[in-house]
Structure formats: C-alpha cells, structure tokens
Design a protein around this ligand. Structure first.
Ligand code: ARG
Length: 568
C-alpha cells in the first residue's frame, strides 16, 4: 500500500472536478514534495504551476482545492501559502499497512509490472580452468539479487551462467596438459593445477614458438569435434565446475542455464552469414570486422585472420539465441565495468543488423573489490581463494555466536547464514559502480550497516513475538501507531513497494539494502524506548507492528540473497 498514491488521487480528483485536465497522475506524483519539517505535514502539493491556467494566485488555488478533499488516510489538509499540506492519519495508515503485511506475508511489496515475461540474466560466468575472481563473485551476488528483484516485479528471471568455456586458450591448455600434465594433480586441485599448466605454456612458448602452433592445432581439432580434444575439454570443464559449484552452494545461488560460450559454437555461422548478407562485414588486416566509425568507436572484431571466432562472435550468437528462446522483455548482463566497451559494441552491431530489440539489452556494470585500496585478485601472487574467504567469514560468525549464545541450536547453519550473508550484504549495500573495500571485520560486526545487524534485528523481533505468544490479545488499538517512533516504522513499511520499484528501474539492489538498514534502525529505536510487551490496551497493535517488521525484513533479506535465522 502506498499513502502517496492516495494523495495523488485526491489532488487529481480535486483538479478534474474543477475542470482542470492538464495534469496527469504521473505529473502530479512528480510534483508532490515531502516537507522538510514535520510541522508542515507528510506531503505537500505546490500550486504555482496552476496559476497561469487558472488565472488565480497560487494561494487562492490552494484554498479552493483544500475544501474538496477527503480520505480516511488523511487527517487534515492545510493551505499554507501556495502549498497544500497533507497530514496523514497515522492511526488509520498504521492499522491499514500492518494488517496488509500480515495478510500478504512474503507477497507484500510484490509488483505486477512484468506479466511473467522473461528476463535472462547473464551472471557469474567464470572461465573454465581459471580462478573464480572477485569480479565473478560480485556478478554472482548482484545477478542473484537482480533476479529476485525482477521476479518480485512480476517477471520470470532466467539465470544464465555464460561460462567461459571456449576459445584458443583451450588448445593451449590441451597442449600443456599433454606435455606436462598429471591427472592426479588436476583432480586434487583442478583450477590451481590447470592455471599453472597454462602459465607454464606461456613461459615456455617464449623460447619455443612451435608450442603456439600446437595450441592452435588443438583448438582447431576441438572446433572440429575431434574426440580426444573434446575429451580433455570436457574433463577440464567438469573438474572446474566442481570447484565453482562449491562456491555457488555456499552462496546459495543456482542457475537456470549453464550454456556457456561453447554452446554457441554451431550458432556463429548463421550470425556471420547474416552480417555478410546485410553487407556489414569489412576486411581489416585479413580479419573480418564490423565498422563502428559512425559512433566514433573501434570496429568490432568478428573473425580473426586465421578464421577463428571471438568472444564477440559468441556474444552476438548468444544475444540472438536468447531473443529467440526467451522472447525477452529485457536482457541483462551483470559484468564488470571494464567490459563496457564490449557491450556497447555488441548492442551497436545488433542494431546495425536491424535488431532493434537490442535496446532492451542492458549491461549492468560494477566496480572492483579492493583490499587496502588495491584491486583484489585471485591470480598469481595475490591469490585469495574465494572459498577460503567465505569459510573465514563463516568461522568468524561461529566464534561470535559461541560467545553470545553458546546454547543456540544448529549453530553451524546459523553461522553459515550470517557469515555468507555478511559478505553478500557488504557487496550489495553500496551502489554497484562503487569500488568496495573488502574487510571481514567490518562486514561481520553486529553494529553498523551490516548483514549480521539486520539478521540480529530480525531475530530480536522474532524473539519478542515468541515471548508474547502466550498472551491473549483481544483488540487492536491503533493509537499505538501514533507514537512517534512507531510512526517512523509505519512510514517506512508503506514505502516497501516504492523501494522495490526503484531497485527494479535502476537495477540497483542497494536501494533495498539501505531501506532495510533504515527499517532496522527505526525498529531498534522503537525497541529501546517503548515497552513493547507491556500488557496494556495497545499490546496487540504493537505486536502486529513487530510482526509486520519481521515479514518485511525477512522478505528484503531474501531478495538480496540472505537467510534470516529466527534465533542467533
Ligand atoms: N567469462 C567472462 C569473464 O570472465 C564474462 C562473461 C560475461 N558474459 C558475457 N555474455 N560476455 O570475463
């Protein structure tokens, strides 16, 4: 529910009854302000804009309009100068929103803008035989939250892990493995072992250029479906995925499709043919490119001089496949900001091909994870194994729980929710384009803007409800919502839908993260100043308010990808 909508409708009706049709509900909504001072009400509508049309002073217009408006949500309306100030009826609004939340539970805040249409979300997408980077972690976490936001908005998200499982590097890797590989070592630590084979290939190739030729030959064989080449490729992929899947399991993220780059191997010819037919391919140093001169952009490379296709060629095939397969409303790519040019080119090439649906493709870029101000890397010297990081977070959370609540049941499960949740929330609470400083200590504190703080607040509210469960509550007395600190909560509760909508419009999970922090802070202030469990006439209303808070925090955490333990 949204009280602002009520104000918009009231103004709209009042204007139409006076014969003014020039302002739509949308434009009224944009005009409505929230006064800086509480004494001026909850919302204000400025009447200046109407002065010309009505040939009247804005002050007079405000007075004229005021008399015609009435609604149970509105306690009073004052005409102050050129403004109409609306004061909400806190008790009515409070009772209304709280009962709506309790009735709808997790469905509260669900939007019906999507009609079930598909939104493929290209997310995570690590490269086979290479470490799962901090960038892949961010893509996984942000992509998962966006998928939940799309779903909450009425769409059908399709989470696609566009694995980097194709390209000339696989020819090199097969060459290296056949020369120096050891099956047992690969099985024991696939990524680490395959990476070192790959590094060794490059080192040795500096003095033995024939290795490069062998690598190319093996990739050619792979492309042609050679049995041995395919066997190795498949095995590298299976072993790498085993490692990736451990991370996905820890994060609680699943995928609807694992169609990676290799899947498009047999779908690129059609793309190249179409480009040829439409006269878009030009030759440049023996390679085939699509010129993007008219956009002041470097040309997009489609086929190398040796005939090999590229990352771009596969992305073109993938975009077209997704359009055919899902008939998408939007198609998202959650990939680091360093690939912005690639995605700009991808869209422009599709547009040049006449595929206007490319306008519905959105690159969702994000910044880097930093450690002491420097880019965090999972490669070479600065190897930070992601799994270790997550495990450290879980261990720290467990320690914390041991000292606070040693008798807690299923401590391990809770520690996992808290530890992993801390990492996820730390990522999502900032606008995604900002770089983030990675600090386990900061993200795991129970105070401040952290995942554990939210989970702890949730558990605290749950325990109030549990303590009260023996009490019989006869009536709901809405005066409880008039309390200043209760109203701060009610006000936020009415905003949940608006926050989901903003997160949807801007592909921005941090809107929800920040909202949850505000809500938790408002609740903790309430908790600190009101005796919630006191057995008086307002107990029932206070408990309803607490229940409503648990519903919204839990649902918000779920959307972001965090669990909500009842006790911790
Ligand atoms: N595998 C790529 C990388 O690690 C990311 C792929 C992103 N998705 C895409 N459709 N290009 O950089």
């Amino acid at each position: 529910m949204d009280d602002k909508t009520v104000v918009v409708s009231l103004v709209h009706e009042a204007l139409t009854s006076k014969g003014i049709e020039s302002l739509s509900k949308e434009s009224i909504e944009k005009m409505i302000e929230v006064p800086k001072q509480m004494a001026l009400g909850d919302y204000a509508f400025p009447c200046f804009l109407l002065a010309k049309e009505l040939k009247k002073a804005p002050q007079q217009i405000a007075i004229d309009l005021q008399s015609t408006m009435q609604h149970p949500f509105i306690q009073k309306i004052e005409a102050v100068g050129p403004y109409l100030n609306f004061f909400l009826n806190r008790e009515v609004v409070g009772a209304e929103v709280v009962s709506e939340i309790i009735e709808k539970q997790g469905d509260y805040g669900t939007l019906a803008i999507g009609n079930g249409e598909n939104i493929p979300i290209d997310m995570s997408s690590p490269n086979i035989a290479k470490p799962f980077s901090m960038g892949h972690l961010r893509s996984t976490v942000i992509g998962n939250a966006l998928a939940n936001i799309m779903e909450k908005s009425g769409y059908t998200p399709v989470k696609i892990n566009h694995l980097g499982d194709w390209g000339t590097q696989f020819g090199k890797l097969i060459t290296a493995y056949k020369l120096w590989g050891d099956e047992e070592k690969v099985k024991a630590q696939p990524i680490q072992e395959l990476l070192s084979l790959y590094v060794r290939f490059h080192e040795e190739a500096e003095t033995k250029p024939e290795l490069e030729d062998q690598g190319r030959e093996w990739f050619k064989k792979l492309e042609d479906g050679d049995e041995e080449a395919t066997y190795y490729w498949n095995w590298f992929k299976t072993e790498s995925l085993k490692e990736f899947n451990r991370i996905y399991e820890l994060l609680g993220v699943s995928f609807d499709s694992y169609h990676g780059e290799a899947f498009y191997n047999d779908k690129m010819d059609a793309v190249i043919e179409e480009l040829e037919e439409k006269n878009l391919l030009t030759e440049s140093d023996g390679a085939m490119v699509v010129s993007l001169d008219e956009f002041d952009m470097a040309p997009s490379l489609i086929k190398k001089s040796d005939g090999a296709t590229l990352y771009m060629t596969r992305d073109l095939a993938a975009a077209m496949y997704r359009k055919r397969e899902y008939d998408f409303a939007k198609s998202l790519y959650v990939v680091g900001a360093e690939q912005s040019l690639h995605f700009k080119q991808l869209k422009l090439v599709l547009k040049k091909m006449g595929h206007d649906w490319a306008d519905n493709m959105h690159h969702i870029p994000f910044g880097m994870l930093l450690k002491d101000g420097k880019k965090m890397s999972t490669r070479k010297g600065k190897l930070v194994l992601l799994e270790e990081v997550l495990q450290d977070a879980i261990d720290l959370a467990l320690k914390n729980i041991e000292s606070r609540n040693p008798d807690l049941e299923n401590k391990e499960d809770v520690a996992r929710m808290v530890g992993v949740g801390a990492v996820i929330f730390h990522d999502l609470k900032n606008f995604r384009l900002n770089d983030i400083e990675f600090s386990l200590d900061t993200m795991l504190t129970f105070e401040g803007e952290t995942g554990p703080y939210l989970q702890y607040t949730y558990a605290r509210a749950c325990s109030l409800l549990e303590k009260a469960s023996g009490q019989t509550v006869s009536s709901i007395s809405p005066e409880a919502f008039g309390n200043e600190k209760a109203w701060a909560i009610v006000y936020l509760l009415t905003k949940f839908e608006e926050v989901i909508q903003a997160a949807f419009n801007e592909f921005d999970p941090s809107r929800i993260a920040k909202y949850l922090i505000d809500l938790a802070q408002a609740f903790n202030k309430y908790y600190g100043s009101v005796k919630i469990l006191e057995n008086d006439a307002q107990l029932g209303a206070r408990l309803q308010l607490v229940e409503a808070i648990t519903v919204v925090i839990k649902e918000g955490l779920r959307i972001l990808g965090l669990g909500a333990p009842q006790k911790m």
